[in-house]
Ligand binder design. Sequence first.
Ligand SMILES: Cc1cc2nc3c(=O)[nH]c(=O)nc-3n(C[C@H](O)[C@H](O)[C@H](O)COP(=O)(O)OP(=O)(O)OC[C@H]3O[C@@H](n4cnc5c(N)ncnc54)[C@H](O)[C@@H]3O)c2cc1C
Ligand SMILES: NC(=O)c1ccc[n+]([C@@H]2O[C@H](COP(=O)([O-])OP(=O)(O)OC[C@H]3O[C@@H](n4cnc5c(N)ncnc54)[C@H](OP(=O)(O)O)[C@@H]3O)[C@@H](O)[C@H]2O)c1
Length: 490
Amino acid sequence: MPHVITQACCGDASCVYACPVNCIHPTPDEPGFGISEMLYIDPETCVDCGACVSACPVGAIVPGHRLPEAAERFADVNAAHYGHAQDDVARFPVAHDKRLPLAPIAKPRAVRGGPDVLDIAIVGSGPSAMYAADELLKQPRVRVTVYERLDAPFGLSRFGVAPDHTSTRSVMNLFDDVARHENITILLNTEVGRDISLDDLRSRHHAVLWAGGAPTDKPLPIPGAGLPGVQSATSLVGWYNGHPDFADAGPDLSCERVVVIGNGNVALDVARILTADVDELAKTDISRDALAALRASAVREVVVAGRRGPAHAAFTLPELIGLADGHARVQVRPEDLGGISADDVDDSTVAAKVALLQEISQRPVPAEPFIRLTFGRTPVEVVGDQQAAGVRFVRTGTDVEETIDAGLVLPAIGYRGVPVAGLPFDEATGTIANVAGRVMDGDTPVPGMYVTGWIKRGPSGFIGTNKTDSGETVANLLADVEAGALSTVG
Ligand SMILES: Cc1cc2nc3c(=O)[nH]c(=O)nc-3n(C[C@H](O)[C@H](O)[C@H](O)COP(=O)(O)OP(=O)(O)OC[C@H]3O[C@@H](n4cnc5c(N)ncnc54)[C@H](O)[C@@H]3O)c2cc1C
Ligand SMILES: NC(=O)c1ccc[n+]([C@@H]2O[C@H](COP(=O)([O-])OP(=O)(O)OC[C@H]3O[C@@H](n4cnc5c(N)ncnc54)[C@H](OP(=O)(O)O)[C@@H]3O)[C@@H](O)[C@H]2O)c1
């Protein structure tokens, strides 16, 4: 039976290059790559060799005959991608029966010119930093020093990824391998801008690559958002993952209903953790303080409120499948789907999402505590005097109002980058101004300064998305070395 890619797919495409028959798509050079919710194995072409299994850093690939029950749906999801792709010339210009027998691999070549030893600083040790280091260390002349403000490395793969996503968190083993390379030094507890200035860093290294992520949350722009009882998902995530900045951010879980605003994957993460079986969570590396608080929690229902309709839900299909077929208890009320049918939707992934939401809506009301997914609700006010007591919504595109009572309100409406002193910042996107990873002051590149990850492209994409992103930045950095453009620093 062919192999199947499942929920934890991080999209770093290591499997693509391991596959001897080019059966995993989209590949990084195909137009659908950057927007795909996961990668898919073509069951017609897969030779069942298992090479992809060893290449995947998050254990997301399973032989078809060993799929656990909760992941069985992924066999159809993988196969459906290929049926659909034949018609989608814009996203898949090469039909599957005409594609190359092997995915194209860019062979690393030795960089010429520049100093004998090329000394590069990377700020941050999250996925984008570690993928950049991995790429740089393919050059024998490169020495990398990573500066990380926290006492533990790897950014959101440690302090963001939900504790019950144990497969995904195993990507840290890959980063550990990179960290063991003889030409890399990781300095923990070293914040650039506090313990060492950016100017100092630039004078000590030939180039600096900023990979500091997008550490804060987008503010919720409605009245009442500042009331006690409103807490960003960012801080809740940090709290349950033991991030030192959020040690005191424990929420008050004495209420029966929580409203999560926004329905991206972070919203699903926090809803799942707040309703999870605590004995199951105890087997994960969730913070012990969070575990104790969740054990005492009075929460019976977590309402996840998206402002758009089900076809535009921000959560991905793999995460919805994980919710629907895993341990979570989830409710969708038929009236919340607004009469939409999968047949109304062209995109196969969206159609599958809508079909699954409909399937859930036919299930009996789940046992408490459960998650309720709602759609078409635009928040207009957090109501309450001294304390949040609920959220007033309008039905999106109408004047119809509805208030959902809640003792805790969690905006999960996206992360945001913060400016770095001395570097040009784009307020609109919350990113360091750059073109393809070269930091730009207006139209002029800032010599020796590069950027990657969420602070380069904004807070979206999976762990593996950062591999391609960092590949682009590193390619440009090395091109500048060859062009002599780093010679004024270091
Ligand atoms: C809650 C959450 C859950 C997620 N779950 C998944 C998932 O299950 N699967 C998946 O594929 N993707 C997931 N993602 C997405 C993934 O985590 C991101 O794509 C990825 O972490 C972005 O990497 P980054 O390196 O740009 O930033 P980060 O991971 O944020 O890393 C930035 C690093 O820089 C450090 N830093 C910042 N400023 C400084 C400074 N001045 N000096 C020194 N160090 C500094 C930070 O401490 C941090 O370690 C999740 C994201 C979030 C928010
Ligand atoms: N398991 C995983 O693979 C995993 C887990 C967590 C995160 N991630 C990734 O990390 C990235 C960030 O995730 P995220 O959930 O923080 O962001 P996201 O996917 O961008 O979702 C943000 C949500 O907030 C809503 N929103 C934004 N502004 C709003 C406002 N003013 N009022 C009401 N709603 C508002 C958005 O609605 P609209 O869609 O209408 O704008 C959307 O539903 C994503 O790429 C995600 O896939 C992956």
